[in-house]
Design a protein around this ligand. Sequence first.
Ligand SMILES: O=C1C=CC(=NNc2ccccc2C(=O)O)C=C1
Length: 127
Amino acid sequence: GQKCILTGLWRNELGSKMQIQEVKGDGTFSGEYKTAVSLARRPIQPASLNGSQHFDEAGQPTFGFTVNWKSFSDSTTVFTGQCFVDENGKEILETMWLLREKAKAPNGWEATRVGTNVFTRIKGQNV
Ligand SMILES: O=C1C=CC(=NNc2ccccc2C(=O)O)C=C1
């Protein structure tokens, strides 16, 4: 069945929280990303996210989404990954991301960073 639908609250290993609204019939979704990355002291306002997922009979769809950061820099992160469901029905989102900082000039070697992130669902209580 379609076990892993991305709607709901997720947290990554940095402690950032992501809230994904209902996934449309074509797999597209929107939501908000509250980063735990606070290089600036100011309270970080939530960033919007948009993406799409596949619907997978095995319930382990691939997806991608984009986060346009609002806080200290005009930067963008794109995530792509897959939802895996373990034998107890626990879902994790294994992702890789590219973070693009706005550079002054082209070919800025320092402009793009890459990394991995794992998101787990936040159930009712442990928000
Ligand atoms: O203003 C900014 C700029 C970049 C940011 N990057 N966060 C990330 C980049 C890659 C993976 C996870 C995160 C995160 O915040 O959880 C956050 C706020």
